[in-house]
Design a protein around this ligand. Structure first.
Ligand code: 5RP
Length: 262
């Protein structure tokens, strides 16, 4: 029941349930990774089982693939789907232009590939993740394990000429071992504090040998659905000439007690 959820989790639930209504019969859908995306996957599974919704879905991680199958969604690879109508995913930070920091869950590479191969990307989030300037959340950068320490030095060097506040990076760990992504890579988390020019930083980071991809999503997201703990959703659409905002309400009593952090 929702009274077992924290206010942040209720907000994530609300955002995911509102965004699930964007999914229509016959769509090819990209499924994000993380706790907010997990609510979405469960809701879509419910619609598949109870309402006969027919979709094919491409997951952005092995965790999401497993959950999707468990709840009855037809999971396929991106190569099988070829192109997607819509991807719905969470974020770690977003600004007014819908530039995102993603990768807190370590799935940024597949998330970026899937979102970019979609006609539309919708971000689902709670309000606390909206920032004026990106960078308080450490920026994840996926690097190949070979020579990762040299890559780390190069990344820190190029940060000296970027419009950022800090330049420390740390290897993400899983206990006493490096965290390994679904693609077999490592992640450097960059403590930048403030990112003045996300577009430039994203382009420059991806020039460093050993860097596979970074967690800045620039010009990828089209809409954001911001959930609130009381079940309200605020939906901002940046695809129209002048950004449009609309609102919806989710019935939190329908929330089941199936929440678990993906
Ligand atoms: C995973 C991500 C997630 O979307 C991001 O970390 C948000 O997660 P959550 O919904 O659990 O707060 O980028 O790589």
């Amino acid at each position: 029941m929702t009274d077992q959820l924290t206010p942040i989790d209720r907000a994530k639930y609300a955002a995911a349930h509102c965004a699930a209504d964007f999914v229509q019969d016959g769509m090819r859908v990209g499924l994000g990774t993380g706790s907010t995306a997990a609510w979405l996957v469960r809701r879509l599974g419910q619609r598949v089982r109870e309402d006969g919704l027919r979709i094919i879905a491409v997951p952005t991680s092995t965790r999401t693939a497993q959950l999707g199958r468990e709840v009855g969604i037809n999971i396929v690879s991106l190569d099988e789907a070829r192109w997607l109508d819509l991807t719905i995913d969470g974020a770690d930070e977003f600004d007014s232009e819908l530039t995102l920091i993603k990768g807190g869950g370590g799935a940024l590479l597949q998330e970026k590939i899937v979102a970019t191969a979609s006609d539309q990307m919708v971000v689902i989030t709670d309000a606390a993740k909206e920032v004026k300037t990106l960078g308080a959340f450490p920026l994840p950068v996926e690097v190949v394990p070979f020579g990762w320490q040299a890559t780390k030095v190069l990344v820190e060097e190029i940060l000296a000429s970027m419009d950022v506040m800090g330049r420390q990076s740390s290897l993400r760990m899983n206990g006493d071992q490096p965290f390994v992504t679904d693609e077999g890579n490592y992640i450097l988390d960059l403590a930048l504090g403030r990112i003045g020019n996300p577009r430039q930083l994203s382009l420059v980071l991806n020039q460093v040998p050993g860097v596979v991809e970074n967690g800045l999503f620039v010009d990828i997201a089209d809409q954001v659905v911001i959930g609130h703990a009381d079940g309200r959703c605020e939906m901002r659409d940046l695809t129209t000439g002048s950004p449009e905002t609309s609102f919806a309400q989710v019935n939190l009593r329908e929330a089941t007690n199936i929440f678990s952090d993906l």
